[in-house]
Design a protein around this ligand. Structure first.
Ligand SMILES: C[S@@+](CC[C@H](N)C(=O)[O-])C[C@H]1O[C@@H](n2cnc3c(N)ncnc32)[C@H](O)[C@@H]1O
Length: 200
């Protein structure tokens, strides 16, 4: 799996942030499996999987595959290629599976579900959680509250799309980032809008 090929995959993970994600996955998959909220078409998942392969570790990735608010018809990030006109809905799953097969990534475990629903049934501890799901305040807090307790001490919580300035982007990821820092997390590293926090 070559980094420059992952860059070509449809998604919301620029190269410099994807490379950071890959490096953190290499480090923290040594502690336990990785879980991602917000698969979309698998771009970030592939970066995570490449890193996790270093430790023969799995990446569980959750998405209902119906898209977030901003991906819906007539919204800012609507994309024709992932809209199923026969069912009048966004469906990112077919392109995601195509990408997984193209890269022959054999350490990705897709979970098609609402994030908080599967969290309530989930009992395994995790080495790293990456939150990149719904960006409403409710969704971001649900993801934080659902998945943060499953992270092992010394493991990491990674949050995407952190914007301090409301003119640059939505505030929900920034809110959970601040909450984690107030609780038992320290900043490990930040690259642009993506931050990796380590659990004490
Ligand atoms: C910003 S996109 C993820 C981008 C992806 N990480 C990438 O690298 O391209 C957010 C994704 O989260 C999913 N999503 C939003 N809310 C969700 C929820 N409550 N449960 C599961 N998936 C959700 C959407 O369907 C969408 O595919």
């Amino acid at each position: 799996m070559k980094i420059r090929e992952i860059e070509e995959v449809k998604g919301f993970m620029p190269k410099h942030e994807g490379e950071a994600l890959l490096n953190w996955a290499k480090i923290f998959s040594n502690i336990g499996p990785i879980l991602e909220v917000g698969t979309y078409c698998g771009k970030s998942t592939l970066y995570l999987a490449k890193g996790a392969a270093t430790n023969n570790q799995y990446v569980f990735t959750i998405d209902h595959h119906s898209g977030s608010e901003e991906h819906q018809l007539n919204e800012e990030y609507f994309d024709n290629e992932i809209y199923d006109y026969s069912k009048n809905r966004v469906n990112t799953f077919p392109l995601f599976i195509k990408n997984v097969n193209k890269f022959k990534a054999n350490n990705i475990v897709p979970i098609i579900s609402e994030s908080s629903e599967i969290a309530s049934e989930w009992s395994s501890n995790l080495g790293m959680v990456f939150i990149d799901g719904g960006h409403s305040i409710e969704s971001a807090y649900n993801d934080y509250n659902s998945w943060e307790p499953k992270i092992l001490t010394g493991g990491s919580l990674v949050i995407h799309d952190i914007f301090e300035n409301p003119d640059e982007g939505g505030q929900a990821p920034y809110e959970i980032y601040k909450k984690a820092l107030k609780n038992n997390y320290d900043l490990y590293e930040r690259v642009d809008t993506i931050a990796c926090l380590i659990k004490n």
